[in-house]
Design a binder for this molecule. Structure first.
Ligand code: GLC
Length: 481
């Protein structure tokens, strides 16, 4: 099968969050399936352009139409990828070069990604790669199914399109004028993109894609409700027949405690007791906490954003650290109120709390490996990847039972049996504290039970093999229509 994957980020080249991780591992997993030919399209951000690690050659130059204008697009082929995925970057200095370090957040983001979406389709034509399936992701590539249906059928008579929602909070809203001035779509598609008098690119994709997926089964059900869907529940309920949830995997080659170069000691399911103890001591030392092997170390690696459930943690943090002989370590950056809170907490409890307000992938890996308990009380979570990273490194998750957290962390009982971690049902700080205390109890009073749970977490198969197979099933379904 010929598969084109289009996205606004993909690790290791450019990444701001989980989408970037998925765009590293999913195309690779699809290309390992026999008979598949996989192309990944990404923007040629200046960071990628300037990096000597990503040598590229120009294979085509195009003019992409946007409204009444034509914009240059250089098609750059990455020359050193060896796993079978062909990576092409779309070059345009005005849209992707010379901007700041962050990938998004410019006033003309709508236009930048409208350009990118159209350029992907034009690039496929220029490369004579007419795919069976196009898989596109989030608002930044949401215009692809609409352009495909409205203007590109001649070149792509049989191509099917899957649209995947990783984050429904960002939908690609624009002023109504954007439709004529930038998109240049035929007028009959005005209603497809219209939401309350403005343009909503994600809404258009839900209507025009052949299938819509999101990144866990539970989240697919949750999206039928206003609490989760940020205004799109009605539209999604109307198209519920085309919505499926496929729970992400993680790149088990990259996230591997036996080989991860960031770790001070390596381990597997057999040797994790000693291995993790060495990692924990080194981690406590690194972040300035007292080196205490028997005190439970609770950890969190996260963007400091509201929906990650930080208000619950802030509410219980002082009580928790007063009452428990335990350590708390947070790594992440984000909203100022949380950055201040955790810095204050560290000042107040220097022996028990360390707040590393920074972005550091190596330290993140050492935290997954050196922690005992991983906290993830997200208010909503389409899938979540770090709970899986944590389990793979033998760190027991305590999570809010929502979205992908519910699907990947079945609840264990107070003896640590029958599940993979500790969960709470309603988004409530006392319930979070209660589940965390169940976990601390197990750690403190039943070390064997805790170790059995850690081992079970490490033994899970979180690889992309199963989810990639499910994507293939849906691709084949679409092609049989
Ligand atoms: C988004 C979601 C996260 C998911 C990731 C990859 O970042 O918030 O839950 O794991 O996309 O699909």
């Amino acid at each position: 099968m010929r598969i084109a994957v289009c996205a606004s980020e993909g690790a290791p080249y450019c990444k701001s969050g989980g989408l970037g991780d998925v765009m590293e591992a999913l195309p690779a997993a699809l290309s390992r399936i026999e008979g598949n030919e996989v192309i990944l399209f990404l923007p040629y951000y200046s960071k990628v352009k300037r990096s000597s690690a990503y040598p590229c050659e120009k294979v085509a130059e195009l003019r992409v139409r946007l409204g009444w204008r034509q914009q240059y697009a250089g098609i750059m082929r990455l020359t050193n990828r060896s796993d079978g995925v062909s990576v092409y970057f779309i070059d345009n200095e005005y849209y992707f070069g010379g901007r700041g370090a962050s990938l998004y957040g410019d006033l003309d983001d709508g236009e930048r990604f409208a350009f990118f979406s159209r350029a992907c389709l034009d690039a496929m034509i220029a490369l004579s790669f007419i795919p069976d399936v196009i898989q596109c992701n989030d608002w930044q590539t949401a215009l692809i199914p609409t352009y495909l249906k409205a203007m590109y059928r001649g070149a792509f008579p049989q191509t099917r399109c899957m649209y995947t929602i990783h984050n429904i909070e960002y939908q690609g809203w624009a002023h109504a004028d954007f439709f004529d001035e930038v998109l240049g779509l035929p007028w009959e598609y005005r209603g497809t993109l219209d939401m309350g008098g403005a343009v909503n690119m994600m809404k258009g994709a839900i209507e025009t894609a052949d299938l819509v997926t999101t990144v866990s089964e539970t989240y697919a059900r949750e999206l039928m409700y206003p609490y989760y869907a940020h205004g799109l529940d009605g539209i999604l309920a109307g198209y519920s027949w085309k919505l499926t949830g496929i729970t992400n995997g993680i790149d088990t080659g990259v996230f591997n405690p036996e080989t991860d170069p960031a770790l001070p000691a390596h381990f597997n399911c057999e040797s994790f007791v000693e291995g993790k103890a060495a990692c924990k001591a080194a981690l406590q030392e690194e972040v300035g906490l007292p080196v205490k092997p028997d005190v439970p170390l609770m950890v969190m690696v996260t963007r400091l954003a509201g929906h990650k459930g930080l208000d619950l943690l802030c509410y219980i943090a002082r009580r928790l650290l007063w009452e428990e002989d335990a350590q708390l370590l947070i790594l992440g950056t984000g909203e100022a109120q949380y950055e201040h809170f955790f810095r204050d907490l560290q000042n107040q409890f220097p022996e028990k709390c360390a707040a590393k307000i920074t972005f550091n992938l190596g330290l993140a890996a050492r935290i997954y490996a050196g922690g005992d308990i991983y906290l993830m009380p997200s208010k909503s979570e389409p899938c979540g990847l770090s709970q899986m990273n944590a389990m793979r490194y033998g760190t027991v998750p305590v999570v809010h039972a929502t979205g992908g957290l519910k699907d990947t962390v079945p609840p264990a009982d107070e003896n640590g049996e029958g599940g993979l971690g500790f969960t709470f049902q309603s988004y409530n700080a006392d319930d979070f504290l209660a589940s965390l205390k169940r976990c601390l109890n197990l750690y403190n009073h039943n070390p064997e039970g805790f170790r059995a749970l850690q081992r079970r977490d490490m033994e899970q198969d979180f690889s992309w093999n199963v989810p990639a197979g499910r994507y293939m099933e849906l691709f084949r379904n679409m092609l049989s229509w």
